[in-house]
Design a protein around this ligand. Sequence first.
Ligand code: MN
Length: 129
Amino acid sequence: MTERILIVEDNPLNLKLLKVILRPYGYTIFQATDGEEALKVAVKEKPALIMMDMQLPKLSGIEVTKRLRQMPTFKHIPIIAVTAYAMKGDGEKFIAAGCDAYLPKPINTTELPGVVAGMLLNTKARERI
Ligand code: MN
């Protein structure tokens, strides 16, 4: 079974870019373009990892992350915060909200596949303990 990844991104070009980068690795990719849709799709599709834009319509990425972390299904899956407006202290804020890592935009397309694969592997290692 291929790993399921949810990409939450309201910018169509960024969404397309993330899909194009990750698709060759055989992931099953789901998408959401606002915070409310992100919650709905996550609950329905139970992804193994979420890429979460922080600036989203309806509900912010931080709010979505906090709500997901309150649900048992999403307590331990990797959530990667993605943001264009990282200010000093923002990283800490995202981590405090429950994100496992954060990546600044523009996304480093060379590094992203390794980051995603590494986080999926870590989750599996933890599940075996
Ligand atoms: Mn956005």
